[in-house]
Design a protein around this ligand. Structure first.
Ligand SMILES: Cc1cc2nc3c(=O)[nH]c(=O)nc-3n(C[C@H](O)[C@H](O)[C@H](O)COP(=O)(O)OP(=O)(O)OC[C@H]3O[C@@H](n4cnc5c(N)ncnc54)[C@H](O)[C@@H]3O)c2cc1C
Length: 541
């Protein structure tokens, strides 16, 4: 049976970054990327609707090791996909990808100190078994086979076409058509101006408004910095600059929501025609960042409304009719096409069924360690990005941390690394702290966060940078053990003295002296990171 040191699941933005990190920082580790689809890029390959684009800036959505060099700060989907493909090719990660392999099950065996993984070939349905020392899930956070679609009455009698943005048909001609887009999230506000360029008219039908901010599609400051500095300096500088300004504006919004509400409203008023009913259509009932703030580049949505090619109706769908959609207030919106931009169906860990020593793991019952591992689950990391900033910012940090853990285990002969939330009491909160419907619907299936670090997810790049880059990797909440007891680097589920995780963990705890546990032996590969490790000794939950 094949054995890999690291199995990365998913060849999207995170999986490609993870592959690069493993081969650059742990060149001794064998690894492969198992991808269920036949192509890489994940989100940026799946979504094909008109106008698909980023809603965070590319200086932070791009990788730290290969800064975004495109013209636009808010880039279109095809450019992002091109960037991901080029990155995979240039780094050689593309050669490690095994397409058409869906990982369906992974069971940790303490006896073997490895994962027993079952994958399914999507072409033949054949099951393929393998083992790996470390499982790195880069599966994103939603189902790929379908989006979220509430049950609407009357769809059977509707004569037009109903389309979900997650499965945009190649043959759909929207030119000259009357289109209703149901929804008010990032996808709806992206679609509306894009469709309005050629459609007869586009109506955005929303139940309730969303906060929208208009930002320049080209970033003048970034253009200036890139003119002045070579790429090796401008890339990191812009990334830090944009990471900190995004985080600063988020922190400001949470601290002074009233001021931010007023500023956002003022911008919307300026961008809409005089007398427009801003209160009904663009004044949400929640605080900014209770739900993700939507970005429009160069005010494109408002330009379409000004031009009369798009309009907004704030009401509920009562039923589909033969010719369109009737709202609860009795208005009939006639449409040749209805786009249900009703969101994603969230899925944790790409639907992989997890178990540890034969016991199923319900992720909904577990705390997350530093937002990247699960309490009581050895040798598993999960790439989950920020909800208030670019996904890549956090995933880059997680990749770095995973590589440090791997190096630490290798140099100390440890084969198992398990977050242990012992003594971590107090209320728990959902991992993704947004009030949006799609997040709330899935909250029970996602892990939780605790009250304090390292079980708390701060959604702050600066804090995570300090915690994940500068603290020691072997903190007391992680139990490093070698249940097979051979003291050698992991090579597979072969031989060794069997020893159960709890007893080994207990041995370390009884010693009560972190400096004497094997996990705290000086690790040459980690020595650099130890230099700044003083802060890691205290201030933890
Ligand atoms: C329309 C849209 C726009 C977005 N815009 C932004 C943005 O501007 N900024 C931002 O920060 N975030 C944005 N996001 C969030 C976005 O998903 C992330 O930025 C990022 O692309 C996620 O990358 P990922 O690799 O973690 O996951 P994904 O892109 O979802 O890739 C996951 C990959 O894993 C594969 N996979 C899943 N399960 C399995 C399995 N069991 N076995 C094998 N393979 C599996 C999938 O096939 C897929 O290829 C957006 C999301 C959407 C839907």
């Amino acid at each position: 049976m094949e054995h890999l040191d690291v199995l990365i699941v998913g060849a999207g933005l995170s999986g490609i970054g993870a592959g690069h990190a493993v081969q650059a920082n742990c060149p001794w580790a064998s690894y492969a990327v198992f991808e269920a689809r036949d192509s890489l890029g994940g989100t940026w390959d799946l979504f094909r609707y008109p106008g698909i684009r980023s809603d965070s800036d590319m200086y932070t959505l791009g990788y730290s090791f290969r800064p975004w060099d495109g013209d636009r700060a808010i880039a279109d989907g095809p450019s992002i996909l091109r960037y991901l493909r080029q990155t995979a090719e240039e780094t050689g990660v593309d050669r490690a990808i095994r397409y058409g392999h869906r990982v369906v099950r992974a069971g940790w065996s303490t006896a073997d100190a490895c994962w027993h993984v079952t994958t399914e070939r999507t072409d033949t349905g054949e099951a393929v078994q393998l083992t790996c020392g470390f499982l790195f899930s880069c599966t994103g956070y939603y189902r790929y086979d379908h989006g979220y679609l509430p049950e609407f009455a009357g769809t059977g009698r509707y004569a037009g076409r109903i389309v979900h943005p997650q499965a945009w048909p190649d043959d759909l001609d929207t030119t000259g058509k009357r289109i209703v887009v149901i929804g008010s999230g990032a996808t709806a506000i992206t679609l509306v101006p894009a469709l309005a360029r050629t459609a007869a008219h586009v109506t955005m039908l929303q139940r309730s408004p969303t906060y929208i901010v208009s930002l320049p599609g080209r970033d003048p400051l970034a253009d200036h910095v890139r003119r002045m500095l070579p790429p090796r300096l401008s890339g990191p500088l812009l990334r830090w600059l944009r990471a900190l300004t995004t985080q600063g504006s988020y922190a400001f919004s949470r601290r002074w929501p009233g001021a931010v509400k007023r500023a956002l409203r003022k911008q919307v008023v300026e961008l809409l025609p005089a007398g427009y009913d801003v209160d009904t259509h663009f004044s949400p009932h929640y605080d900014p960042w209770d739900q993700r703030l939507c970005v429009v580049p160069d005010g494109d949505l408002f330009a379409a409304i000004r031009a009369g090619t798009a309009s907004v109706v704030t009401d509920h769908v009562d039923t589909f009719t033969e010719h369109g959609v009737r709202t609860r207030s009795g208005v009939e919106l006639e449409a040749d096409i209805v786009v249900t931009a009703t969101g994603l169906d969230l899925l944790f860990l790409g639907g992989i069924a997890l178990s540890v020593d034969g016991r199923a793991v319900d992720a909904g019952d577990r705390l997350t360690y530093r937002g990247m591992m699960l309490d009581g689950v050895p040798n598993l990391a999960i790439a989950i990005g920020y909800t208030n900033a670019s996904w890549t910012l956090k995933c880059d940090l997680i990749c770095d941390q995973v590589c440090r853990l791997l190096a630490q285990m290798r140099s100390t002969g440890m084969r198992q690394c398990t977050p242990v939330a012992e003594g971590c009491s107090g209320p728990t909160e959902p991992l993704l702290g947004l009030t949006s419907g799609y997040v709330q619907r899935a909250a029970g299936r996602f892990p939780k966060q605790g009250a304090r670090f390292p079980w708390r997810v701060h959604q702050s790049y600066l804090r995570d940078y300090l915690a994940l880059k500068l603290r020691r990797v072997n903190d007391p909440a992680l139990a490093f053990t070698n249940p097979v007891g051979d003291g050698s680097p992991s090579t597979g589920p072969d031989g060794g003295t069997l020893s159960s995780l709890p007893s080994v963990t207990a041995r370390f705890r009884r010693a009560g002296d972190r400096e004497r546990s094997p996990a705290n032996e000086v690790a040459p590969a980690d020595a650099g990171s130890r230099a700044g490790a003083g802060a890691g000794r205290d201030g933890r939950g």
